[in-house]
Write a protein that binds this ligand. Structure first.
Ligand SMILES: Nc1ncnc2c1ncn2[C@@H]1O[C@H](COP(=O)(O)OP(=O)(O)OP(=O)(O)O)[C@@H](O)[C@H]1O
Length: 299
C-alpha cells in the first residue's frame, strides 16, 4: 500500500489555480521533498493531502484512507508541522507539548523526551511567546512528532533554524525515516533535498514539473562539468595543448574549463602536472530547479 496517493488534486482561489491537477504517489517509508518558487502551490498541496483544506476537485488518500471529509481515524497516524506555528497561548514549552501528548494519550515523559531531542530541554519552562523563531519552530516540530506518527508532513521545517539546529533536525528526520516513517517536506534548501530525500517533486504554477531522485534529475539535466583551475593555469593548460585531449570539447570561461568529458580532461591536466587546486563541479539540483522554473521573481 502507498503512503500517499493524489489523483488530479486541484485548488482554485477565484481566478487563480493554486494547485493544478496534481497526481502523485508516495510509497510507505519514502522521504519526499517538494521544491518550488514562492507561490508555486506547495503549501496548498500539502494542506489538501493533510486533510486541512478541501480540494476544489480531485482526491487524496493517506495510508489508503480518504483524507476528506476530515478523517478522524487518520489523525493519530499523521503528524503535521505547519508553516505558521500555532500554539496555545501563554503555555510554557513543556505545557504545550504535554497538551499535545495528552490529546493522543501519550505519557508526559515521552513529551519531555521530544523536548530533549529537539534541544529545548533548557527552555521547557519558557512561555511559547518568549521563544526565539527557531526555538518555536523546533517546538512545533516536536509537537508534530510527539504521537509517533507513521506519515510526517513538514512545511519548511528548517526555514528559521541555525546551522546546528538544521543539521540536528536532518539527523532526527533521517532517523525517523530509517525506522520506517514516511516523510514529506517542503523546502527551499536544495542541499537539504539532495541530502535527505529519496525523491523530490519540483513544482511551479500548481503543477509538478518533475518528480524523481535528486541524482536522476541531475543526470537528466545533462549539464557539462566545470573544472576550475588555479588562476594562470588556463593559459598554461591551453599553451601546453589541453586539446591534446583528442576530440574533447573544452570551453574556457575565465579560470573554468567546461567539458562533457571530465575524465579525459582531468587525466590530461594530470599529465601536464597542472592538477594543483583543481575543483570539479557537476550539475546540481539547484541547476535542475532553475532550469525548470526559470530565474524571474515570483509574486
Ligand atoms: N487562502 C487563499 N486565498 C487566496 N489565494 C491563496 C490562498 N492561499 C494561497 N493562495 C495563493 O495560492 C498560491 C499558492 O500558494 P502556496 O502557499 O501554496 O505557495 P507555496 O509554494 O507554499 O509558496 P511559499 O514558498 O512562498 O511558501 C499563491 O499564489 C497564493 O497567493
Amino acid at each position: 500500500m502507498g503512503a500517499i496517493e493524489t489523483v488530479d488534486l486541484t485548488m482554485t482561489y477565484g481566478p487563480l489555480t493554486a494547485v493544478d491537477g496534481v497526481s502523485m504517489q508516495v510509497a510507505e517509508g519514502e522521504f519526499v521533498g517538494v521544491l518550488g518558487p514562492n507561490g508555486a502551490g506547495k503549501t496548498t498541496l500539502l494542506e489538501m493531502v493533510e486533510g486541512l483544506r478541501r480540494p476544489t476537485s480531485g482526491s487524496a488518500t493517506v495510508l489508503g484512507e480518504p483524507v476528506w471529509p476530515r478523517n478522524a481515524a487518520l489523525l493519530p497516524r499523521i503528524g503535521v508541522q505547519l508553516q505558521a506555528s500555532s500554539f496555545f497561548e501563554r503555555l510554557t514549552a513543556r505545557e504545550q507539548i504535554h497538551t499535545f501528548a495528552a490529546l493522543y494519550s501519550r505519557p508526559a515523559r515521552e513529551a519531555d523526551d521530544w523536548l530533549e531531542r529537539v534541544g529545548l530541554a533548557e527552555k521547557a519552562g519558557t512561555r511559547v511567546e518568549d521563544l526565539s523563531g527557531g526555538q518555536a519552530q523546533r517546538l512545533s516540530i516536536a509537537c508534530a512528532l510527539v504521537h509517533d506518527p507513521e506519515v510526517l508532513f513538514l512545511d519548511e521545517p528548517t526555514a528559521s533554524l541555525d546551522p546546528q539546529a538544521r543539521r540536528n533536525l536532518w539527523d532526527l528526520l533521517s532517523g525517523l525515516n530509517e525506522s520506517g516513517r514516511t516523510v514529506v517536506l517542503t523546502t527551499h534548501h536544495m542541499d537539504e533535498a539532495e541530502t535527505l530525500c529519496d525523491r523530490v517533486a519540483i513544482m511551479d504554477h500548481g503543477r509538478i514539473l518533475e518528480m524523481d531522485s535528486p541524482a536522476a534529475l541531475v543526470r537528466g539535466l545533462d549539464a557539462p562539468t566545470r573544472i576550475t583551475v588555479a588562476p594562470g593555469l588556463v593559459d598554461r593548460a591551453a599553451g601546453r595543448s589541453i586539446d591534446g585531449v583528442e576530440d574533447a570539447e573544452v570551453g574556457v570561461e575565465g579560470t573554468v574549463l567546461v567539458t562533457r568529458e571530465p575524465a579525459r580532461v582531468v587525466s590530461r591536466l594530470a599529465e601536464l602536472d597542472l592538477l594543483d587546486g583543481v575543483q570539479l563541479h557537476t550539475g546540481t539540483l539547484e541547476d535542475v530547479f532553475l532550469t525548470l522554473t526559470g530565474r524571474e521573481y515570483r509574486a
